[in-house]
Design a protein around this ligand. Structure first.
Ligand code: FES
Ligand SMILES: [Fe+2]
Length: 331
């Protein structure tokens, strides 16, 4: 019998503080796609479990990552999720200017401070990794090779001949729950018949399985009509690739503190051939159904009566794997 992770880990700010370092700081975090940063000075930025980071393309064409935190008094260099910064990154607080490789170029109007060497005040770097144009960052610089993490995903994409459609669209949804509550919901199809009636009519719920390959969870489900035929795959710790016939949606399950989660959806689609309106409507409906159940579960986890439960050997292998990784990260 496999017991669940103790409920306090879904409501304790201390647990989240540790996860920020041992899960998110230590691993590869999704940030965007290379198509968003084609020119020197183009950047993408984001808050990754409380780590504000940016990736910018240098004059030499190289992508470099930094904490979006000025070395003077911690001001932000960029405030938009993506954009063009020109030839340098300029702090929004007092205007210090950094070269695109992170060196402090000018501590504007600072005055003569004894012992102050601008060469020691470059931006703190983060490691950048690329896979199929997707940009990842590693905050602590000690994660293993990105290629190793994505290898099962790469094998799936290669076997299915997955390619990216040209148009992109970003949308977000906010959930009042711990990030793990939502991730675990994504990691099983057990809830489909009770939570997603429209989807349940499409899939053979009794044959629904989630299989782990490395740090990737692969949903395998025979569909009755073929309408939802596709590939749903999640990768540790909080990213999923949902491949449909119209294109793909990358789903980033981003914690905003210990009790809030933001789902960032990045759609890749073909603007000429698809009915995005209907696709987004179906996607919104599914998300709403998951939001309602995850928020209800979170309230019950917060209530205090539930300490630990049990996991289904038929349906919850993915959840079990995820919880074992979390338990390891917390010890
Ligand atoms: S905090 Fe950046 S210039 Fe002051
Ligand atoms: Fe769901």
């Amino acid at each position: 019998m496999q017991l669940t992770l103790a409920s306090r880990h879904y409501r304790d700010p201390e647990t989240y503080a540790r996860e920020r370092t041992t899960v998110f700081g230590a691993g590869w975090q999704f940030l965007g796609h290379e198509a968003e940063v084609t020119q020197p000075g183009d950047y993408v930025s984001g808050d990754l479990a409380g780590w504000p980071v940016l990736v910018v393309r240098g004059a030499d064409g190289t992508l470099r990552g930094f904490h979006n935190v000025c070395r003077h008094r911690a001001g932000p260099l960029v405030t938009e999720p993506k954009g063009q910064c020109g030839g340098e990154l300029t702090c929004r607080y007092h205007g210090w200017r950094y070269a695109l490789d992170g060196r402090l170029r000018s501590a504007v109007d600072f005055g003569a401070a004894e012992g102050f060497d601008p060469r020691e005040f470059g931006l703190h770097p983060v490691t950048v990794g690329l896979w199929r144009g997707f940009i990842f960052v590693n905050v602590d610089g000690k994660a293993g090779p990105l290629a190793e993490l994505v290898a099962p995903m790469e094998a799936l994409f290669a076997a299915r001949g997955v390619t990216l459609a040209p148009a992109t669209l970003r949308r977000s949804h906010d959930l009042a729950c711990n990030w793990k509550t939502y991730v675990e919901n994504y990691l099983e199809g057990y809830h489909i018949s009770a939570v997603h009636p429209a989807l349940a009519a499409e899939v053979d719920g009794s044959a629904y399985r989630v299989r782990m390959d490395g740090a990737v969870a692969i949903h395998e489900v025979p569909t009755l009509s073929g309408v939802n035929d596709g590939l749903w795959a999640w990768m540790w710790p909080n990213l999923a690739f949902n491949v449909y016939r119209y294109g793909m949606m990358v789903e980033h399950m981003r914690p905003i503190g210990h009790d809030r989660t933001r789902l960032d959806y990045l759609y890749f689609y073909d603007p000429a051939s698809d009915d995005m309106e209907a696709i987004l409507k179906a996607s919104d409906q599914l998300t709403l159904e998951d939001k309602i159940i995850c928020e209800a579960v979170q309230k019950n986890l917060d209530a205090g009566i539930y300490e630990t439960g049990v996991l289904s050997p038929r349906h919850e292998d993915g959840v079990a794997w995820f919880q074992s990784q979390i338990a390891r990260a917390l010890t």
